[in-house]
Design a protein around this ligand. Structure first.
Ligand SMILES: [Zn+2]
Length: 425
């Protein structure tokens, strides 16, 4: 559903290969009969694409990136109607992807209407958000927002199996990865395994096996809230059984939170090709909670927040804000949402031993993999959506990551947030 016309894609690939292998100074660009609508130039472009990690300029047409390269490569593509935007040395990254949040679904808990929640996300640099609890009424509301043009950020919906008024199997009436529009898509199912720091469990193993298998067999990506090591034991067992019954080397089932994890569980996650969906701000925000310290005491302190171990061992990690629940946990309010910021989340990840580059990947290119959307987002490559964020500083060299300003957020080539008029005329 997210696939592009194959001829364009072939052209991209051919030129990408040409650019990489034979002619390193040829810009990576799509063949296009028309000049770009916009060229952003004179910038520090961190593409998050390993074949060309650094560039100066990006060209866009309609909702897509059409070229990425140095100024001397991209600027000649302009014609007299192309809008030239001088970045003045500012940094451009792929738009940030919030892999686990409840911006719209629970925004009212911090006083945000759905429209205000969308605006709040865009202001912080998110171009995509995964809404992790979208029951039937919420799905209908997202569809209404989308139809009215108010869904200015891209949303991936995860449909809950438990803690919903809908019957457990309601998701089977839907189609996995169904795309309502370029801004609204059903990504997977969500289930909750434990609550209250691993003292409250919601499934017995047979039940869990049954529902995980039903979802897996029907092509759904499963996303499960698991905090304690015991919850991981349950979930990993169900996933292993589902994969044994219906092998799929690319199922990409997800664990949400992954707070407490033993070595053997980490190895099993890797073997099963699972994704660790983590909130770098969660552990720092929780250290004063009694339930959290009791969870730590029930195991080895080394089992907590193993983000770096996961990444180093080859498990794909994706990052998120868990808005507004982290903020609520901190007793904060809507006008003060530090943990709603990707830069704050990157900062938290770095304080927990990840490198800035590893952390940025969790919020861009790896996050796109987390929803099977690496073909259309997550890095700045011709053919992908023109989802960009312009930052006041380069996060890889900034002294204080949380203070890096978000100057513009661009979704599908459209400037949806602008804090610097020079960039948005
Ligand atoms: Zn959540």
């Amino acid at each position: 559903m997210a696939a592009r016309p194959s001829r364009r894609r072939t052209a991209t690939l051919a030129l990408t290969l040409l650019g990489c292998l034979a002619l390193p100074h040829v810009p990576v660009l799509l063949t296009s009969r028309t000049a770009p609508a916009v060229i952003y130039h004179n910038g520090v472009v961190l593409t998050m694409d390993q074949t060309r990690p650094h560039a100066q300029a990006i060209a866009t047409s309609r909702d897509r990136i059409t070229a990425v390269g140095d100024d001397e490569e991209v600027l000649p593509l302009a014609d007299r109607v192309t809008r030239l935007v001088d970045l003045g040395g500012r940094t451009v990254l792929p738009g940030f992807i919030d892999s686990h949040a409840h911006w719209i679904g629970d925004g009212q808990l911090v006083g945000l209407s759905p429209e205000q929640a969308v605006e709040a996300a865009l202001r912080r640099g998110w171009t995509s958000i995964n809404e992790q609890f979208v029951d039937m009424p919420r799905l209908n509301r997202l569809r209404e927002l989308d139809a009215s043009g108010a869904l200015r950020v891209r949303v991936n919906a995860y449909l809950p199996l438990n803690f919903t008024d809908d019957k457990f199997t309601w998701f089977l009436d839907h189609e996995p990865r169904y795309t309502y529009s370029s801004h609204l898509r059903v990504a997977g199912v969500k289930l909750f395994l434990d609550h209250d720091w691993g003292t409250d469990f919601h499934w017995d193993q047979v039940e869990l096996d049954t529902f995980v298998l039903a979802a897996h067999r029907n092509g759904w990506q499963v996303s499960a809230h698991a905090v304690s090591a015991r919850a991981h034991d349950q979930y990993l067992t169900s996933i292993a059984r589902a994969l044994a019954a219906h092998p799929d080397p690319d199922a990409r089932h997800r664990v949400e939170h992954v707070v407490q994890l033993r070595d053997d569980q980490l190895a099993r996650m890797r073997e099963l090709g699972m994704i660790a969906s983590i909130q770098p701000g969660l552990v720092g925000a929780s250290v004063t909670e009694q339930g959290f310290s009791e969870l730590v005491a029930r195991g080895d302190p080394k089992w907590i927040a193993r983000w770096r171990d996961l990444v180093d061992s080859g498990v794909r990690a994706i990052g998120s804000s868990d808005m507004p629940w982290l903020v609520l946990g901190l007793g904060s309010h809507a006008t003060d949402l530090p943990h709603g910021s990707p830069l704050e989340a990157v900062h938290q990840a770095v304080t927990q031993r990840l490198t800035v580059d590893q952390a940025l990947r969790m919020f861009t290119v790896d996050a796109a993999y987390g929803t099977f959307e690496e073909d259309v987002k997550g890095s700045l490559v011709p053919g992908k959506y023109a989802d960009l964020v312009v930052l006041a500083e380069n996060p890889t060299t900034a002294v204080s990551l949380p203070d890096v300003g978000v100057l513009a957020t661009i979704v599908g080539g459209k400037v949806e947030h602008c804090a610097d008029p020079v960039l948005c005329r």
